[in-house]
Design a protein around this ligand. Structure first.
Ligand code: CUA
Length: 171
């Protein structure tokens, strides 16, 4: 069987495209530090968050010198804290976020950074972020979660170290 020259060129082009598509999807799935929410953060009962030692009083907790934990409850259509009052952390700190959801799956993206996770009922998503200078960051929900999904947002305020005081933490 003879394959025409132009057919060979088109076949090669199509094969190249297929390999390229597989490569971009693979990179998007596992490259650039992207990973699935794992079990590191542990599990919680989404119906009993009010009895949880931290999620009952979500907010910023000091865990060490320049180290903080931030507990966040996502729910339709707000972050507690984050939406009506911003999350506050000091500049030049290392912050571990513990994010869960009270109802459906939400997203939790710190806009302008690569910090982005899902908030899943029953599961705690954990991610550690190093904040530098004082700055404000937006928060966005990237998972469709209902009628007001598009309005689900919040704010993180990185407070200058000389304005930071311990009344901004829960414990
Ligand atoms: Cu919460 Cu979309």
């Amino acid at each position: 069987m003879e394959i025409h020259k132009y057919e060979k060129i088109w076949l090669a082009g199509a094969l190249l495209l297929i390999v390229g598509f597989i490569a971009t999807v693979s990179y998007g799935a596992v490259g650039a530090g992207i990973e699935m929410v794992d079990n590191e953060g542990g599990q919680v009962d989404p119906k009993a968050l009010d009895q949880h030692p931290k999620f009952s009083e979500p907010g910023t907790y000091k865990t060490g010198p320049n180290q903080y934990d931030v507990y966040v409850v996502a729910q339709q259509f707000a972050y507690l804290p984050g939406t009506s009052d911003p999350i506050r952390v000091p500049a030049n700190s290392e912050v571990t976020f513990h994010v869960t959801s009270r109802d459906v799956i939400h997203g939790y993206e710190i806009v302008g950074t690569n910090a982005n996770t899902m908030a899943i009922p029953g599961q705690v998503s954990q991610m550690t972020v190093k904040f530098g200078e004082a700055k404000e960051y937006g928060l966005l929900c990237n998972e469709y979660c209902g009628a007001a999904h598009h309005a689900m947002e919040g704010k993180i305020v990185v407070v200058p170290e000389d304005e930071w005081n311990e009344s901004m933490v829960v414990n």
